[in-house]
Design a protein around this ligand. Structure first.
Ligand code: NAP
Length: 593
């Protein structure tokens, strides 16, 4: 067989690969085979990371039985050397020896790094090809996204069965570079492209529709073999990668940090539940200009805006609702058909909505702790409903300024014991997981009919705990989170949001996070460390303290905003011209052939 002729396995391989290849890694062959046996039941396309094993050559015979038992499995063997970002400490010759023996035990394809391919003698590479195994040649750039065409040309020279180009996304824009590259190469059905890194999630979800032959995923959360890798189940069930096509509308949450945001699980669940052909991504960025370019290029139909972009985005919106303009921040952006951006603030409804379900707000006395972004949404929202608002903030001047702007009053901490309120709202991060600040209120300060803690992680904050002890009714921050997300869903889709389902999935995710954190803490205790752990994956620990039972959220009112009509009613934003180039041009992401 000539070096320049793709192996006969090519055609066969192409018919076997799925959209998602699950990377399996472990320190012993028994562990790898155990994990592969579990993974193959859901996703039959696997990458076995032989380089994670201490002696991959000795482990190879054990895979023969695995392939005999799992005939549906299609597997890539990878033995990447440490010089190229892998874990194999052996020489190039040793890597080649491992890969050459992979065909005999049943692997279908090997992944050879471009650097290794270029360093090998032609005859040695020829020997590998003569085994009949499929050849994938890969290049990983851990420093950024550079010269993708040049890398492609270098790999193509070897005529492998698959070409894998993996840069690192240092910014959202690097995803665009990769997506445009995949589209340009669209007649090459053997190309795989992914951006590594937290900012690269877009490429992992949209890469296949742009033309990538498949993408890679981790076996489970915590078992990632590459930076930014997503768990296979998340990719398939949350992001529904198998259903993402040219018609799929793209939404996302933008800000920093974003990796642990619960918005993607909540919003993707809502889209699936309501059979909306849409996908919602985490867009990690501090740079508004990058986000705006992405919004117009991909295009992205709607964004949930979080810190630090909530204020900055205001001047790029065509119009906003009047409350966003008064608050000076917007958390929801809709891209209309004309490509113009319209802003809304659903944080306000996220606070006033749950309160109004419990009490009339006109004339209510409400204490707001804090004077930052969330407090501003609370104060302006409450004032609009006719509540008498009292503000207590660590920095008195900020509280005074907000009070002046909103027609509220400030209050001193010492006055609380002698005051009574209909509701107390915590809009500070005090009580949040990882925040070490002392509680702001004591039992004597809680002269109120209701406590609303906007903090939602942990499920039971110290303030909620205190309210429970004093038998004061309370609302947790999850209700705000879900309520503001539900309003975003309605603005974008014009459909009522499946609020109960959204609440359920967020509560479940938070409980899982709490269990993982408890397990991690237990693992890091000295006596636990000395015990050998059976699996690297954190085992679920005891359930966290019971959170208040989720009240079924009231059916959300079907308020289809976002129609051109409602957009027209919005208030012009500070500067009405979006700075990014006009959208409406052809989608940058085309359907996979
Ligand atoms: P922000 O703009 O940074 O404002 C934070 C406010 O908290 C400021 O007024 C600050 O006072 C005060 N603060 C911070 N640390 C404090 C401490 N140790 N002691 C006393 N006061 C302190 O933040 P934000 O966007 O308003 O968010 C505040 C919290 O609300 C977040 O941590 C989050 O948990 C929660 N939140 C929840 C949702 C939801 O959907 N449930 C949505 C948004 C926010 P200074 O003025 O003195 O700095």
């Amino acid at each position: 067989m000539s070096l320049n002729v793709p192996s006969h396995a090519s055609q066969f391989l192409r018919s076997r690969v799925a959209n998602v290849c699950v990377a399996i890694a472990g320190t012993t062959s028994a562990e790898v085979i155990e994990k592969a046996t579990v993974a193959v039941k859901e996703t039959p396309f696997l990458e076995i990371r032989l380089d994670y094993l201490e002696k991959p050559l000795l482990a190879l015979p054990r895979f023969k039985q695995f392939f005999a038992d799992n005939t549906a499995a299609t597997a890539i063997a990878t033995c990447r050397r440490s010089a190229n970002g892998g874990k194999f400490a052996g020489s190039l010759a040793a890597e080649l020896e491992v890969l050459t023996k992979c065909a005999a035990v049943g692997f279908h394809m090997v992944d050879l790094e471009l650097e290794s391919a270029e360093a090998l003698k032609k005859a040695d590479l020829q020997k590998l090809r003569e085994t009949g195994i499929g050849l994938l040649i890969s290049h990983h750039d851990f420093n950024g996204t550079h010269d993708l065409d040049g890398i492609f040309t270098r790999i193509e020279a070897f005529h492998p069965d698959f070409i894998k180009v993996v840069p690192t996304a240092k910014s959202l824009i690097d995803n665009l570079t990769l997506i445009h590259f995949l589209e340009r190469m669209n007649d090459n059905s053997n190309l795989i492209g992914i951006c590594m890194g937290d900012a690269g999630i877009i490429s992992r979800v949209l890469g296949v529709r742009a033309g990538s032959a498949f993408t890679f995923a981790a076996a489970t959360v915590g078992e990632e073999t590459g930076p930014g890798q997503i768990a296979a189940r998340t990719l398939l069930e949350t992001y529904r990668i198998d259903q993402v096509d040219a018609a799929t509308k793209v939404y996302g949450v933008a800000g920093n940090p974003i990796r642990s945001s619960l918005s993607p699980i909540m919003m993707n669940t809502a889209f699936r539940r309501e059979t909306v052909n849409a996908v919602y991504l985490a867009l990690q960025t501090n740079k508004l200009s990058d986000l705006l370019k992405l919004v117009h290029d991909i295009p992205i139909q709607g964004i949930s805006v979080t810190m630090p972009l909530k204020q900055e985005i205001m001047s790029h919106l065509e119009r906003t609702d009047p409350l966003s303009a008064r608050i000076g921040a917007c958390n929801t952006v809709l891209r209309a058909q004309d490509g113009k951006l319209y802003g809304f603030n659903t944080d306000v409804a996220g606070i006033t909505g749950p309160l109004e379900k419990r009490m009339p707000l006109a004339g209510a006395r409400v204490l707001v702790l804090g004077a930052g972004g969330a407090a501003r949404a609370a104060v302006f929202g409450l004032r609009e409903k006719g509540a008498n608002v009292f503000i207590l903030n660590r920095t008195a001047e900020t509280a005074q300024k907000l009070a002046r702007q909103s027609g509220s009053k400030t209050i001193r901490k010492e006055a609380l014991a002698k005051s009574s309120f209909d509701a107390i709202i915590n809009a500070t991060p005090v009580g949040m997981a990882g925040n070490k600040a002392a509680p702001l209120l004591e039992a004597k300060d809680l002269n109120t009919k209701l406590v609303f803690d906007l903090v939602y992680n942990p499920l039971e904050t110290p303030l909620i705990h205190l309210a429970r002890q004093l038998s004061v009714p309370f609302i947790t921050g999850i209700e705000m989170f879900v309520h503001q997300g539900a309003r975003q869903f309605e603005i974008w889709t014009g459909k009522p949001a499946p609020e109960e389902e959204m609440f359920r999935v967020v509560l479940h995710a938070l409980r899982q996070q709490a269990e993982a954190a408890t397990a991690e803490a237990a693992e890091s205790k000295p006596e636990a460390k000395s015990r050998p752990s059976a699996k690297p994956v954190a085992k679920p620990a005891a359930k966290p303290k019971a959170a208040p039972k989720p009240k079924p959220a009231a059916k959300s009112p079907a308020k289809p905003a976002a129609k051109p009509k409602s957009v027209a009613k919005l208030k012009p934003a500070a500067r009405s011209k979006p700075s990014a180039k006009p959208a409406g041009k052809k989608s940058a992401v085309k359907a996979k052939k």
